[in-house]
Structure formats: C-alpha cells, structure tokens
Design a protein around this ligand. Structure first.
Ligand SMILES: [Zn+2]
Ligand SMILES: [Zn+2]
Ligand SMILES: [Zn+2]
Length: 337
C-alpha cells in the first residue's frame, strides 16, 4: 500500500483516512487514479461520494456519470448484515475496510473484477453476514464468484479462537478476502482443459473429490512434512486450497513489499528496490520478502508481538508463487493495453 499525500497541505495521509488530521480537509480515494483527493466543501469535480461513506466509512469516489450510488468496492455487495444492530455495523465496517485494502491490490495488478451485473452467474460478489440472520449459520467460503464471509470473524477473540482451533499461524480479515478470491480467479483463469493441465503440475490434481479431501484433512491433519511442499498446513488439503492459499500469500507479499518500499524499509542485503506491483520477478520478490520478514519478525519479537509473517518458502512454494506471478502477468489488463 502506498503512502498518500493530502493535496491541500501535503501531509502524508493513509488509505483509509476520511479527514486530514493536519489541515482538516476531507479526503476521498479515487480508485481510477489510485490517488487520494482532498477537498473542503464539495466532492472533487465530476465525482460523488460513495453512498456508504457514513455507514461503512467508505472513502471511495464514484464518477458523477456513474448510475450506481455505490463505489466499485461497495457495489460488489450482494448481502450485508442487518444494520439496525450497532454490533453488526461495527463488524461490517471492519470487513469493508479489509475489503477495500484487498481490492486495492487486485486493481493495482490490473486483474479483472467482473460484477454480477456483467456476469449474473459467475461475477464477483460478496455476502457479509452473521449467524443470527435469516440465512442461518454462515460458512465463510466461495461459490461461483460469490464470496461469503461470516462477520463474526471481525471480532478479535472469536477470530483468534478459530485460528487456534484450526491450528493456523495467521488468520486475518484481509487474508479471508485474498484466499476466497483465489477460488474466484481459479474459476476465471484456470478452469478449462489447458489451464487445468498447467495447474496440475504445480498444485496437484484438482479432480480429487473436494469434500472427501477436506474431511480427510480435518480427520487426520496435514502430512507431517507439509512445510516442504505447502505455504500453510491447510494448503495440503486439496489443490484448490493450495492454489487459494498461495494466491493469498502472493497478494500479501506484493502489497507488503510496496508498503516497505514506500516507507524506505528496504533490506540492504536484498535485491535493488522495486515496486512489486509494477516490476520484479518471483525470485526478487522472494528474496526481498524473506529478508524483510526476518527483520520485521525480529522487531515484533523485541516488543513481545507474534511474528508478522510466520511462514517459510520451500522450493515448491517458490514454484507456486512463480505460477501466480505468470498468471497475473498473463491476465492483467495493464499488460493488454
Ligand atoms: Zn491536509
Ligand atoms: Zn464504497
Ligand atoms: Zn478455500
């Protein structure tokens, strides 16, 4: 994530700010230019504010000519929780904030985001729901472009309890969006004879029965040497999950590297500085991120926090990240224009 500047006073501002704390100007993010815009009274010329600005603290702009009252992030919502309940509003806001961070990365990479209006059957959409709504128990997951996330995941003790119960190193809201989007992009980029064959060499055979594979994983756990092959234990459950886990990590790493670059935190014994959204190959990304995460993990330990990035890259994992790098390059709209 970049650091932004208030265009009124020049102070650095963050992606999710709605007001400049230095000069009091209102701030909005323009997803078309990836820039933050400051203004005093009325929104910037030719733009309106997202209709979710107050309720979801969404700071994105919408072109004035756009018929939709919601921004490109908020219009992807198919269902949201009952906002009459303040506790649900609070959790939903946290999910929306994570979703905007996640979408920044997809857009910076030039990845297609096809809405349900454009493709009613397979388009990307979100349901952010709680267990006590009319839909009953909410399972976080992906189905034909529809990503469902249980908003209880926004409750820290609840999410931490699930992380412990599932034996995960890492469980975050942004991680859920990135992981589930991996299933969406598998369907978009891989499904079909050719893609399936290419992915099989790297991720194994996705034709394996999914329900059986997950049952086996939950009954017997991952193979003892899982870290020699997979980025996470869960990635060992099925080829689809390996792909989604690796995809999420690819997105974590690219954005983490951009943030490090923008803050001048580049490892001296890594490759020359580069913005991973714009250049660099897998080897450079892996080298820079390995050095950087070693350092930041050590800083976290020195203040008693858990490691920022508790994962290691075995050679097969680097091959999988390289597959993602090629997949993004092949499918990015940036490269096609
Ligand atoms: Zn300012
Ligand atoms: Zn919005
Ligand atoms: Zn999954």
């Amino acid at each position: 994530m970049k650091i932004f500047q208030c265009t009124e006073c020049g102070q650095p501002v963050h992606y999710d700010n709605t007001v400049c704390t230095a000069c009091g100007a209102s701030l909005s993010y323009d997803p078309a230019s990836f820039e933050m815009v400051s203004y005093r009274e009325t929104p910037p010329a030719n733009h309106k504010l997202c209709a979710n600005r107050e309720i979801a603290i969404c700071n994105w702009l919408v072109p004035e000519t756009d018929e939709d009252e919601f921004c490109q992030a908020c219009r992807l919502n198919l269902k949201i929780p009952n906002l009459a309940d303040p506790d649900k509003v609070d959790k939903w806001q946290k999910l929306e904030a994570a979703k905007r961070y996640f979408l920044y990365g997809l857009m910076r990479l030039g990845l297609p985001i096809i809405t349900r209006t454009e493709d009613p059957e397979h388009g990307l959409a979100f349901q952010l729901l709680s267990n006590d709504g009319p839909e009953g128990d909410i399972m976080t997951g992906h189905d034909n472009g529809l990503i469902t996330i249980n908003i209880d995941e926004a409750d820290d003790p609840e999410r931490e309890a699930r992380r412990e119960a599932l034996g995960e190193n890492f469980r975050t809201l942004i991680g859920h969006f990135r992981h589930e989007s991996g299933h969406y992009y598998w369907n978009l980029f891989i499904l079909g004879a050719d893609g399936d064959n290419a992915a099989r060499k790297t991720f194994g055979d996705a034709r394996e029965d999914y329900a059986e594979a997950l049952q086996r994983y939950y009954d017997s756990g991952p193979p003892p040497d899982w870290s020699a092959q997979y980025i996470s234990a869960y990635a060992s459950s099925h080829a689809w999950e390996d792909f989604a886990e690796t995809w999420a990590h690819y997105l974590h790493i690219v954005d983490g590297l951009e943030t490090a670059l923008c803050y001048g935190l580049w490892p001296t014994n890594g490759p020359d500085p580069f913005n991973a959204y714009e250049s660099g190959d897998t080897q450079m990304m892996v080298e820079a991120w390995t050095e950087l995460s070693l350092a930041v993990n050590a800083i976290n330990r020195s203040v008693g926090q858990p490691d920022l990035y508790p994962f290691i890259f075995s050679p097969p994992v680097i091959d999988k990240l390289d597959f993602m790098h090629d997949l993004v390059a092949t499918n990015s709209k940036r490269n096609k224009t």
